[in-house]
Each structure stands twice: as C-alpha cells, then as structure tokens.
Design a protein around this ligand. Structure first.
Ligand code: AMP
Length: 599
C-alpha cells in the first residue's frame, strides 16, 4: 500500500465483514445485526488479526445515528410528538428513575461509591436510538400509535441524557469524583461555580434556544434552501443539500447548543417534513443511512472483549437483568397504569430493553471524571452488546407472553383499542379483516371472501382500481401497509388486510386459493415478483395483473407468472399522445376499464 489509510481500511473492513456476517446470519434466520456485531468483534482490538481504528469507527457510527434520527424526524410531526407527551414524559422519567435505582443497588453490592452507582444506573436507563428504530422499522411499527409512543419516550430519554452529560462534570466533585479540567468539548460543559440549579437552568435555556432557533429560523430557511435547490434541477445538488442540512444542523446543535447530535438531526428532519419536498428528501438519505447504521453496530462490536464474559460473569448477568428485566417491568407497569392496551405495553417494554450509544458516552465521561471504575464501563459494554443481541428475542418473548397476559387480565383489563381479535367477519357486514395498528400481532385472520379480487396497494394506482371495482360491484379486498390509507379504507367500508403483502401470513389471509384475480398496484417490482410467485403456488388459475415502471420489470414479472403487466410510463405516454392527437378525452374516461372476467 502506498500510504497509510486508516479511514478507508475501517470503512472497507467494517462494511465488508458486516455484509458477510449479516448475510450469514440471515441465512440462519438470525437478525442481520447480530452478524454486524460479530464483524465488529472480529475487527476489534480484542481478537487477533486486522484491527480497525476504533475512534474512526465510532465517528462513522455517529453519522449513522444522525441520519437515522433525521429519518425519524422526517416522519414525525410536532403534532405527533405532542400527542404522546402524556405517556412518554412520565414513562421515560419513571423508567430512568427505576433503572438508576437498580444500578445504584448493584453498584453498592460491588462496593462502588454512590456517584459511581448514579452514573452506572443512568447509563443503563437509556435505550439505543439505532436499535430501537431498527426494531420498529423491521416490524413496520414506526407510524403506529405505539411506535410513536416509543419514539417520543426515546426523545425524552435523550433529553434527560443531554442534561446528565452536562450536569455530571459540574457535579463530579460533590459525588466524590474529580471535576473535569481538560475538556475538548468546552461548549458542552459549564463551570461548576454556577451551582447545580444554575447549570440546569443554563442547559435548559440552551435546549430551548435551539428549539426556538429551529422553529423560527430553520422553519423558514430550510424549506427555502430546498426549493431553491430543487429549482436548479440538479439531482446531485439536491441530495447534497439534504445531507448538508441534516449533518450541519446536528453538528451545530451539538457544538453551539450542547444538544445531542441525534436530537439536532431529529429537529432538522422534523422541520423538513413540513415542506412538500420531504418525501424526496427522505429517499435521498436512505442508502447512506442504512450503510452508516451498520457501522454503528460494527463499532459497538469492536469495543467488546469476549473474555470479559468469563472474568466478569456474575456482575454482567446482573447488569443484563437490570436492562432487560428491570427496565421492562418499569415500562410495562407505567404504560398499563396509563390505561394503554397490554400489546402496547409489551411492545414498548421490548423495544426499550436495550442500551447503546448514549450509555457508552456516559460511561466514558464517568471514567474520565474518576466517578466510575473501569469495571463499570466494561459491564456497560457487555450489557449493551448482550442486550442488543437479545433484543430480537425480547420481541419473541413478548409475542409469546401476550395471549397469556391478556387472558389473565381478562375482564379487568382496560378496553383494547378498537381492534378485532380473531375472525371479524360478522355475517352481513363488511368488516376489516384486521385493522391497523394491530398488524404486528401474529398472523391476521383469513377472509371469508371467495371468487374475489385481491388488490395490493391503495395509493395513486390502487385507489383508482378499487373505485372501479366497487362501481362494477365486484367483490374485492385490499392489502395495504400504510396506516393512514388503512384507516380511510376502513371508514369507506372496504375490507382490508393490514401488512406487507410480501409477507406469507398477510398474503394468505387474503385467501389467494379461492381468489379469482390478483391486482398488484405497488411500485416495487421485487416485492411484486415475490407475491406473484406466492399467488401462483397457491392458485395456478388465478389471473394476475401487475404494475411495472420499466421494460425490465415487465419481463421480470411476466417471467414469474404475471398474466398482464401494465407499464406505468407507457400508459402515461399513451395518455399524453391521446391529448396531443385529440383521439380521446382522457380526463373524462378512466385509462383502464375493468370488466368482470368470464368464469
Ligand atoms: P402508489 O405508488 O401511490 O400507487 O402507492 C402504492 C401503495 O402501495 C402505497 O399506499 C403503499 O403503502 C402500498 N404498498 C407498497 N408496497 C406494499 C406492500 N408490499 N404491501 C402492501 N402495501 C404496499
């Protein structure tokens, strides 16, 4: 090699090995993030062979956190955030308090100081953004009520940690540590001479100042920049502007206002979501976001020393118990106390039963301030790795516990959100097979329809097709995965199956064996292809009509067994040609007519 390139080596080794182990994990039906963690352990300093640069990996991971939170902000409105404050604020506070108490208890057993216990407990109380968002995304929960509660809860936790990070250096002396002298992030910490309340006040004022600046200045400037760039017509510049705004706001928030990078990025996203260009903006940042969030897991894996599992066995088990049992019980109890359904309480408990990036930052700070013994940091690391590894399992455990808990709660439980459990098709009534947001609760029940059409996707294309089917009085049901669309379908009295149609359980709930026709009105040809295969396997005689956007997609879908594939762009061209040549009044006539198929 001509010269030393640690950054390139770190990115290449991180992404390359993460890919290999992620694919392997997937092959064995384990979540890919387990593979990413293993890749991290392998390139870390605790295993022989190549060692990547840990501090570089950490910074790369931070970019992942920024982009993830930016993406969440894009899908989150201020209204959403405020709508869950009633549960998220007390929930997060009680959970942090309880976890901290348990942490202090364990610290006491290990013979540490009270200050050490506080730092330790706080570090165990805050969940990882990346892990939570990944879990919600995988289960398509982000846009559901419970998903919003979990994200709101996490934001409150983030805010509390911002406060803790600022307060600790000021309080280190009082707690028996050593006040920090050399501080490279000087804008983050304040001199201890202000006193506790002074420091709290100044911190809160900084957060408030950031929020005000974003709402007053950011709200005007950011959409203006996006519009300006969109008008230049350069796709490259547009992508660049989105990225520059997300990273710039996050960095500025951290450096100028002492707010965390994640929180800054969240706000940047939230402001952008108010402009109509937001959807495009979200898509522009997707590929980068995925790549960098993988590096987050790799960098966590790098910190782990597999041998510590043996030398620190019992304390690690206790730490893990606080994270996945103690925290979960606290979250469960408080969500139930606020009269939310058991399913919501379980989902929130599971998604928060892990720790991650914030815990490391806190642990590092605690060790630096001589508050936390080195052993504490090792326990936090091991707890993080193990709880992240076990997190997918937590969701399984919760799924398994749900029916049992619901049965036990029986008559005394608060009334469930209007969500039919079991087959909901009452005679003589058009019912929703399964309403949102209950789609994550096991396989949906099977429809009673037969000889019907299955319409997949109810967006710009599907909704027009659905209207035509209705008008022609043809029996049909819709498979959709967007909550808003589902709610609308339900209120229109259209039968629905909620979820991703590419999922086997969801698809078979639509009774493909008994269906006459399958209409694929979704834009993704890979998903559509998967569904065509399923449909053909279930029912060789079913008539499959699919949507495509390129000749290659047409070939792909036909090859998999679609009978008719309509290429969107060709139809658009046809519409335009008709207008230009005056052959047909396009507006007055539907582009596609649907006739009942002869039996
Ligand atoms: P449009 O591109 O406007 O026709 O919208 C496509 C619609 O299909 C949207 O409402 C999506 O929520 C929905 N959709 C996309 N993929 C799937 C899928 N795999 N399963 C169910 N619905 C989907």
């Amino acid at each position: 090699m001509p010269h030393d390139t640690p950054l390139i080596a770190t990115i290449v080794a991180g992404l390359g090995l993460a890919f290999v182990f992620g694919a392997l994990a997937n092959r064995f039906r384990i979540p890919p993030l387990v593979g990413y963690l293993v890749a991290g352990v392998l390139v870390g300093p605790n295993t022989p062979g190549f060692v990547a640069d840990a501090s570089l990996a950490n910074e790369l991971a931070e970019i992942g956190v920024i982009l993830l939170m930016f993406g969440v902000g894009l899908h989150f409105s201020l209204k959403d955030l405020l709508s869950v404050r009633a549960i998220a604020v007390p929930g997060a506070i009680v959970q942090i308090g309880f976890a901290t108490l348990l942490g202090v208890g364990l610290a006491w057993l290990l013979g540490w100081s009270l200050g050490a216990g506080l730092v330790f407990g706080l570090a165990l109380s805050v969940a990882s953004t990346v892990v939570l968002l990944r879990a919600l995304q995988e289960r398509r929960l982000i846009e559901t009520e419970r998903g919003r509660i979990a994200v709101g809860w996490l934001i409150v936790e983030d805010l509390a940690m911002v406060l803790a990070l600022v307060l600790l250096p000021a309080l280190a002396g009082v707690l028996g540590g050593q006040p920090q002298v050399d501080d490279h992030t000087s804008l983050l910490s304040l001199p201890a001479s202000y006193g506790i309340w002074g420091v709290v006040g100044i911190t809160l004022a900084k957060v408030a100042a950031f929020v005000v600046v974003m709402l007053v200045v950011g709200r005007r400037v950011i959409p203006w920049i996006l519009h300006y760039v969109a008008h230049t017509g350069s796709r490259e510049l547009f992508r660049l502007s989105v990225l520059a705004i997300a990273l710039g706001v996050a960095f500025g928030a951290a450096k100028l206002f002492g707010v965390s990078l994640a929180l800054g990025a969240f706000f940047a996203g939230m402001i952008m979501s108010e402009s109509e260009l937001s959807h495009r903006a979200a898509e522009e940042s997707l590929p980068l976001r995925d790549a960098f969030s993988v590096l987050f897991f790799v960098s966590v894996g790098m910190l782990f020393d597999p041998l510590s599992l043996i030398s620190n066995g019992l304390p690690i088990l206790a730490t893990l118990a606080i994270i996945i049992i103690g925290k979960s019980i606290a979250a469960f109890v408080i969500v139930i106390a606020f009269r939310h359904p058991i399913a919501t309480a379980l989902m929130i408990s599971a998604s928060l039963a892990q720790i991650g990036e914030f815990s490391f930052i806190l642990a590092e700070l605690g060790v630096g301030l001589k508050l936390l013994p080195e052993q504490g940091r090792d326990l936090i690391l091991a707890g993080a790795i193990l709880s992240i590894l076990l997190n997918p399992l937590m969701f399984l455990v919760v799924d398994w516990m749900k029916p049992w808990l619901e049965k036990r709660a029986g008559k005394t439980a608060p009334v469930e959100e209007a969500r039919p459990i079991g087959p909901a098709t009452e005679p003589g009534q058009v019912a929703s097979v399964q309403a949102a947001p209950g789609k994550e609760d096991g396989p949906p029940p099977k429809t009673a329809l037969a000889g019907h059409s299955i319409l997949i996707g109810y967006g710009r294309v599907g909704s027009l097709v659905g209207a035509a089917l209705k008008e022609a009085a043809l029996p049909f049901l819709v498979i959709e995965d967007a909550d808003k669309t589902l709610a609308k379908l339900k209120s229109d009295g259209v039968e629905t199956v909620a979820g991703n149609a590419a999922n086997a359980d969801v698809f078979s709930a639509a009774n493909p064996e008994g269906a006459k026709r399958l209409i694929l009105a979704i834009p993704n040809a890979f998903e559509a292809g998967q569904i065509v295969l399923r449909a053909r396997a279930a029912n060789p005689a079913i008539n499959v009509i699919a949507r495509a956007h390129s000749d290659a997609e047409v070939e792909h879908l036909k090859g998999l067994g679609a009978d008719i594939v309509i290429m969107g762009e060709r139809e658009i061209a046809r519409g335009i040609v008709e207008v230009v040549t005056g052959k047909a009044a396009v507006a007055a006539k539907p582009v596609m007519e649907i006739k009942p198929q002869p039996a």
